[in-house]
Structures are given as C-alpha cells and as structure tokens.
Design a protein around this ligand. Structure first.
Ligand code: SF4
Ligand code: SF4
Length: 78
C-alpha cells in the first residue's frame, strides 16, 4: 500500500497542466478552448485541472492572455 501511495504522489507531482494561480485572471479562455473539457474555474475564479485526460494539444497554454498555463508534455508523447 505504501508503494502505491508513493507512486500516486509522484504522478500527482507531474500533473500535465500547471496553472499559475498568481497570474490567472479567471478569463475562462483555457476552459473554453480545451477540446477535452478538463479545465475549470474553481470557487476563487482560478483555472485548475478538473480531469486528468490531457491530450497535450496546448491551446490552453498558447491562448492564455497572461501566460499562466504550462503544459508538460511527457517525453514519450513528444
Ligand atoms: S493541452 Fe489540450 S487537452 Fe490538455 S488541458 Fe490544454 S487544451 Fe486541454
Ligand atoms: S486562460 Fe489563463 S488567465 Fe484565463 S482562466 Fe485560463 S489560466 Fe486563467
């Protein structure tokens, strides 16, 4: 069980989409451009990754007006 937990934590630390909450202005653009609908705004109006189904297509990163989104593309997908 402890091994599983460690693996899980490692995966969480490598989330495919990282939102800089300090930069995010809650414009909702990344939420709207994501074809998978995996991004959402939280109760503070900040974007976050609601589901872990990322396609690494990156419009969320390129369309964010304040450069708050970083998509971490796994080595094997590049
Ligand atoms: S990279 Fe694509 S699938 Fe992943 S969160 Fe951004 S827009 Fe959505
Ligand atoms: S596009 Fe950028 S500023 Fe707008 S909600 Fe998404 S992360 Fe926040």
């Amino acid at each position: 069980m402890s091994n599983y937990s460690a693996h899980y934590v490692q995966q969480r630390a490598e989330a495919s989409v990282i939102i800089d909450r300090d930069k995010c202005i809650g414009c909702d653009i990344c939420v709207q451009v994501c074809p998978m609908g995996i991004l959402a705004l939280d109760k503070d109006g900040k974007a976050y990754m609601k589901y872990d189904e990322c396609w690494y297509c990156t419009p969320c990163q390129t369309d964010c007006p304040v450069d708050a989104v970083r998509v971490h593309i796994p080595y094997l997908v590049r």
